[in-house]
Design a protein around this ligand. Structure first.
Ligand SMILES: Nc1nc2c(c(=O)[nH]1)N[C@H]1C(S)=C(S)[C@@H](COP(=O)(O)O)O[C@H]1N2
Ligand SMILES: [Mo]
Length: 396
């Protein structure tokens, strides 16, 4: 009688007390006046969710992961956005920062940040995902919770100027086919991007979730390259050079290329393919007993909108459609949810998604059969969580 658990009455029964037994006013209502206002808000002291810092070789070349299991909706709070820094977080004074656009252009331009804020702007919600996100899963080292397995993923509302507007202003010369974008951090991280993408939907962003970018996200200005691997989203943007070929920078040759089983490397694998992960219930969490649970998670695709998310609660034998929560935006995360009645037996939970191109997220086995085990970037296989009889959920 699994269906029975999905009725409204059944899940209201998850409330811990019925009214008859409760004190009025309920325990925990304060009796004193509250704290005074504050100029810049902070979350409740009871909320403890933080970024996770894996070990790093140097403090400057390091990363942190978003606590996906603790988040609601689709927007990542800026303070919890994942970070990848190859040469630390520079402190840039916006009054002194300039963006140069030059190369194969009729009119090279230099913008101050003040000039920049006067240009026509747009706001769009997009995910950002490091190519290395969940790479350990590919080589058979599954991570223990959603933060550790998939936390190099965040989603923000970005505000800025379309790169197209700036490039049109400079008047491109014939032969212009690529750009090289360079950061103003000490390492001057640079990436080649095809002009076609630069003229399509790339943003030169200064806003993140309604306020200025955080220093960790590239303050005062960064590239947002929707749907493409995190690395090309150049932070602390200083320079865009219009060129006639890719420049084979270290991050598109020595890094972020995928060594295939035949010994050849795939290069310029920019698009982050469709992927999903269940964030609750998931590894590191515990079910309090048989009964109703809402399974929820995130699905996203660098190729556009998510059209379907499916959940399996029986080890992948059968799949059922999950509900996609609005809004369902292109190259943004989409939240899905699925009502589940746990009967107390050992089982596993997994999700898979389909995007608007019809592409279906593969299993790890399908992906490894094609890509092998040399490279761990651009991994998008299905993630499985195991539910044990005692209610504990784990990664194995
Ligand atoms: N200038 C510069 N841009 C950069 C980086 C960097 O170290 N320097 N890291 C890149 C990498 S590898 C990723 S995944 C994203 C991470 O962006 P975030 O730190 O805002 O999450 O920024 C990219 N842009
Ligand atoms: Mo990255």
């Amino acid at each position: 009688m699994k269906r029975k658990g999905l009725t409204r009455r059944a899940f209201l029964a998850t409330a811990s007390a019925t009214l008859g037994a409760a004190a009025i006013p309920p325990v925990g209502f304060p009796q004193e006046l509250g704290a005074p206002r504050r100029a810049y808000g902070e979350r409740s002291p009871f909320e403890k969710s933080v970024r996770f810092f894996p070990e790093s070789i140097t403090p400057a070349s390091s990363y942190s992961k978003t606590p996906l299991q603790d988040l609601f909706g689709i927007i990542t709070p800026s303070a919890l956005h994942y970070e990848v820094h190859h040469s630390g977080v520079p402190e840039i004074d916006p009054r002194r920062h300039e963006i140069m656009i030059h190369g194969l252009v009729e009119r090279p331009l230099i913008f101050t940040m003040e000039d920049f804020h006067r240009l026509p702007s747009v706001s769009r919600i997009h995910f950002l995902e490091c190519a290395g996100n969940s790479g350990g899963e590919q080589i058979g080292r599954p991570a223990a919770n959603p933060q550790r397995s998939h936390g190099l993923l965040s989603c923000s509302e970005w505000t800025g100027v379309p790169l197209r507007t700036l490039l049109e202003e400079t008047e491109l010369k014939p032969g212009a086919t690529w750009i090289v974008a360079e950061g103003a951090d000490a390492g001057r991280l640079a990436r080649s991007i095809p002009l076609e993408k630069a003229l399509d939907d790339v943003l030169v962003a200064y806003g993140q979730n309604g306020e200025a970018l955080r220093p960790e996200q590239g303050y005062p200005v960064r590239l947002v390259v929707p749907g493409w691997e995190g690395n090309v989203n150049i932070k602390w943007l200083g320079r865009v050079q219009v060129v006639d070929q890719p420049y084979m920078t270290s991050y598109e040759t020595g890094h972020y290329t995928d060594l295939m089983p035949d010994g050849k490397a795939r290069q310029f694998t920019f698009v982050m393919e469709a992927k999903s992960v269940i964030t609750r219930p998931a590894g590191g969490q515990e079910l309090s007993g048989p009964g109703f649970y809402e399974i929820t998670g995130l699905a996203w695709s660098g190729r556009g909108r998510i059209t379907k998310a499916e959940v399996s609660t029986d080890g992948g034998k059968s799949w059922q459609d999950a509900q996609l929560n609005e809004p369902i935006l292109p190259k943004a995360v989409t939240r899905f949810r699925f009502p589940w009645w746990w009967d107390g037996e050992e089982t596993s939970l997994q999700s898979r998604c389909t995007d608007e191109t019809g592409y279906l997220q593969p299993t790890r086995e399908e992906l490894v059969a094609v890509r092998g085990l040399n490279a761990t970037d651009h991994y998008n296989g299905i993630k499985v969580w195991y539910v044990h009889k005692d209610g504990k959920v784990s990664h194995e």
